[in-house]
Design a protein around this ligand. Structure first.
Ligand code: ZN
Length: 336
């Protein structure tokens, strides 16, 4: 079932109260959207499906880009396609609550125009306005403005202070900037966000925990400080959560993180299935050396893209079920 902003806020409060996590999965493909929603339905969990500026542009297509359709129009086209697809699947399945979230969005004029359009049309449940590149006072000012408008339209906002290492869309951070608890308090009380991205040393992309100096204690410090100041309803978000070990994910959950962002893991699974399938079925489309052109025939039964797509869907659904299990969210959906 699709969760609008108000219902997502309730689902997040329930998760925080009952100490389980919500997996937030980035999607740019129907297959991944379907797989992660099916996983949530199968195990009875709530989940957040995330779109991004890059995903919207990708879905808008290469032709629109080549013919110089303005970026704002391409973003709107991509968002409509993705959001409508996600909502259809979400409403079809009754054992899960599905929120739709716009990931990292820096406050450029064009992006703000897009965000205004999303809010005016009540397209999605929540947005991460990412003004973390700006000095704190400006970050607060930019985030508050969008948070107020979102709230007036029944949507919620995520904000960020600090910086997550690695590349997310066009933003590249060469170093980790850890969130300071006193800045978190200043930011949350000054903006009215419902979700706060705490930078604790994880990174966007493939890491497997290597070369990371995780300071998970910061999540608890931020959470405790917010709780002590009457902001206990605000939840902590962990970015760059792909590739973390089960121990680390559960340690983060125990310190107060409740939204775990996952993107890279699905990309790896997708590529893994493609490579594996291609190696095993090379002769479906390439003539083996020992045969003659007369003997050889491509095999339609094996190169039908639906065949590979179904394997990708299965692998990603399995991965998504594992992630939900890892954050103790099985059977916890707010719609059950
Ligand atoms: Zn992120």
């Amino acid at each position: 079932m699709y969760l609008n902003g108000e219902r997502l806020a309730e689902a997040l409060k329930k998760a925080k109260r009952e100490k389980y996590g919500l997996i937030a999965s980035n999607v740019a493909h129907v297959t991944i959207a379907r797989a992660v929603i099916q996983a949530a339905d199968k195990v009875g969990a709530d989940k957040i499906v995330q779109i991004s500026l890059g995903a919207c542009e990708h879905v808008a297509g290469q032709h629109a880009k080549a013919t110089e359709v303005p970026k704002i129009e391409r973003l709107k086209l991509g968002a409509k396609v993705l959001v409508n697809t996600i909502k259809e699947y979400a409403d079809f399945y009754k054992n899960c609550g599905i929120g739709i979230h716009l990931d990292h969005t820096p406050p450029t004029d064009e992006n703000l125009q897009f965000v205004d359009w999303l809010i005016d049309n009540k397209m999605i449940s929540s947005i991460l306005l990412d003004a973390s590149e700006l000095p704190l006072a400006e970050n607060i000012k930019a985030t508050r403005k969008v948070a107020e408008k979102a709230k007036a339209n029944g949507m919620i906002l995520e904000g960020e202070v600090g910086r997550v290492l690695g590349q997310e869309e066009d933003t590249i951070s060469a170093e980790t900037v850890y969130t300071k608890p006193e800045e978190a308090l200043q930011f949350v009380s000054g903006t009215g966000v419902s979700m706060f991205a705490c930078c604790v040393g994880t990174n966007h992309g493939v890491s497997k925990g290597r070369d990371q100096e995780l300071q998970l204690g910061l999540i608890k410090e931020c959470d405790d400080l917010l709780n002590a100041n009457g902001l206990g309803h605000v939840g902590m978000v962990l970015h760059g959560a792909s590739g973390l070990s089960t121990e680390t994910v559960q340690a983060a959950l125990a310190t107060g993180a409740f939204k775990f962002n996952k993107d890279t893991q699905y990309q790896l699974d997708w590529a893994g299935v493609m490579v594996d399938y291609s190696l095993k079925n090379y002769d479906m489309i390439v003539r083996p050396f020992h045969t003659t052109p007369e003997e050889y025939m491509e095999d339609k039964k094996r190169f039908d893209p639906r065949k590979i797509d179904a394997l990708i869907e299965k692998a990603i659904q399995k991965q998504a079920e594992f992630m939900i299990n890892e954050v103790h969210a099985v059977g916890k959906s707010s719609v059950l």
